[in-house]
Design a protein around this ligand. Sequence first.
Ligand code: IYT
Ligand code: CU
Ligand code: CU
Length: 277
Amino acid sequence: MSLFSLIFQSDTYLCMAFPVPTRQDAYIVDFIPLASMDTVHHMLLFGCQTPVSTNSFWDCGSVQGTCEDEAAIMYAWARNAPPTKLPKDVGFKVGRSSGMSYFVLQIHYGDISAFKGEQPFIAGIYLLMSVDTVILPGQRVTDADVACDYTSYPIYPFAFRTHTHRLGKVVSGYRIRDGKWTLIGRQSPQLPQAFYPANKQVTVKYGDTLAARCVFTGEGKTSKTYIGGTSDDEMCNFYIMYYMESRHAIPYMNCMEMGSEELFQHIPPEANVPINV
Ligand code: IYT
Ligand code: CU
Ligand code: CU
């Protein structure tokens, strides 16, 4: 068991990498954000093999500049949002055999983590993201739809996170089983973009479909808006934090397919009901 913490004070995006402090496999079982609501806007924790830098800290912008290889998001904390708790017996696998040798923490002010022995369940993230949405200027509503068939071992969602930039109104995620849509989570991306508790008892198994819709507005825009990395671009992300049995461990999955128009004809109307912020 080891524990470490770090504290920054700044108004920009700063990143710091630190090696997973063990040679063996380890599990993150808890996150304890020690952040001040007054000074911190948000905090993201990634895991990866090769951070952009390994000494001191660096300016890592809003999206780019965390890892050379793929950065896997493990934790998000945002001002005024309740912190995510991993359920009992659930851990994110890090260290040797997981391909995660470093943590990269992107923050203004923060702290993290503790480790423990073997876990019966492994935590993971499933990301649904749109790659091809175009929002037309002045158009009141644009739906970005994403859907994929789920063809793996059962997962148990327990938290979800939405992410768009300024034009996003509401983002919803569903499981579809035998034609029936069940909500996993629904949130305004204009609220703090933390992980919120998922709708309980929605498990996902082989043969289900996972689907998400982001509702955007092009009102007030004078040009087309595309998916991209700057704040003038948009993103449509629905993250599902789940756990699954360790013996099937798949810590990261994603879905970037549009989903058929016919499928989305059956999405519950709530997906297009704005959330007051
Ligand atoms: C184009 C887009 O939607 N980018 C998202 C999702 C994304 C996350 C990761 C894409 C890739 C990743 O390796 I991690 I490729 C995006 O950048 N989302 C941001 C940050 O990833 C955290 C967010 O706040 O959700
Ligand atoms: Cu922030
Ligand atoms: Cu973004």
